[in-house]
Each structure stands twice: as C-alpha cells, then as structure tokens.
Design a protein around this ligand. Sequence first.
Ligand SMILES: C[S@@+](CC[C@H](N)C(=O)[O-])C[C@H]1O[C@@H](n2cnc3c(N)ncnc32)[C@H](O)[C@@H]1O
Length: 218
Amino acid sequence: MVAIDSKDSLYVENLLPENDIFYKKLENFAKENRVPILDKIGRAYLIQLLNIKNARNVLEIGTAIAYSTISFCENVGCKVVTIERDIKMYEQAQKNIQERNLQDKIVAIYGDALELDSRVVNNAPYDVVFIDGAKSQSRKFFELYEPYFADNVLVITDNVLFKGMVADPSIIKHSRDLKQLSRKINNYNEWLMANPNYTSVILPFGDGIAITTRKVKK
Ligand SMILES: C[S@@+](CC[C@H](N)C(=O)[O-])C[C@H]1O[C@@H](n2cnc3c(N)ncnc32)[C@H](O)[C@@H]1O
C-alpha cells in the first residue's frame, strides 16, 4: 500500500481553509463521543469530487451526526437522502440539520439501511451514492440500492482499507472479529474491482476510498 506519509497529511490538512465554528463543533463532538466521521482531507476531497460531478441527488448510508451530510448539502448544493440505524446518532443528526435549517434539502431516515425504505425509492435516482455504514455490509448496500442508481452514478465507498488491516491482516492480533471484518472488506474490494458493469479505483489515503462509475461501452 502506498500510504501517504502522515507529515504530508498534516501539511495538506494545515493548508485547508479553517472550517466554520459549526463544523468544528461537530468535529469536537465526534472526537469526544468517538463517532467516526470523515477526516478533514476526506471531507474536502469528497466535496471537490461531488462539485466536479455537479451532484444533485445523493444517497448516503450511515449518517452518524450528519457531518458529511451537511457538508455535502452546504458545499455542493445537492439534496441528500441519508439513513442511520442508531437512534442517538439519528437524533443528534436531526438536531444538527435543524440548526442549519436544512430540513428541506435533507431527508434523514431512521432505520436499518439493509431494509429498503419507501422514501429512498421515492427520491431516486441518485447520481452519487456514499456507502459509509457497517463495513462488512458494503456489498449488500451496493446491491440493494443498485436499482436506484442514476445511469451516470458515482458510488463512493469509505474505509475499504480499514487502517491497513485489509492489505495486511497479520497486523491484527487476537481479534477474530477484526480478522473476519478485514476478510469481508477484502471480498467486497475484489468483487467491486472485478465487477464487469463498473469501473473502480481504490485510493489509499485516509482509510481507503473506492470510487466507482458505471462502465460505458466505447
Ligand atoms: C462512519 S459512520 C458515518 C459517518 C458519516 N457519514 C460522516 O462521515 O460524517 C457510520 C454510521 O453508519 C451507521 N450504520 C451502520 N450500519 C448501518 C445500517 N445497516 N443502517 C443504517 N445505519 C448504519 C452507524 O450507526 C454509524 O453511525
């Protein structure tokens, strides 16, 4: 894995413009409550990607506190349909969405994303799908929501390298659960990269991000 040196990451992070106080508050909340959210470079990268794509309608699996949701909405101008199964996270997300007055741009769904919700169907098709839920379930999410992808869809899957544990499972000591998780993520990566209908690239920065587009006949 060509890991980006942490000094480089720090350097790049320091060059990013300061986030406003609202986002800093969410970052602090996430840190204090151990909520995994996009890191600053990942956030900036996805905002840039969504803007290049001119994203209009995004589906997100895994809202947490709506840090990525609100970031996309406010910095790209897209609508976001987002799903969260943890009630505490969902309630915190709702609070944050209300604080930014984004109720008409964000459809926040409380429920398990492994079950299809009518609001997801009614708001389809999606030109961007951000898969950021349980890491062992990425393929299930992909296959469940595939019928609701726009023709020109961009699918982003986060954490596909899982802190180096996918490329090198020998670094996992004494945890069968983590070993199993790293195997499942590897299975997803292999399936995604070999999928005849899509073209994907895995970027080895942050925790690993897979970027997928539909294959077009040339
Ligand atoms: C990495 S966090 C999401 C972070 C958020 N996208 C961000 O960057 O600000 C993953 C979230 O997905 C939720 N989650 C995991 N599996 C899920 C499922 N099957 N359905 C709905 N939510 C799920 C977890 O409860 C957790 O809050």
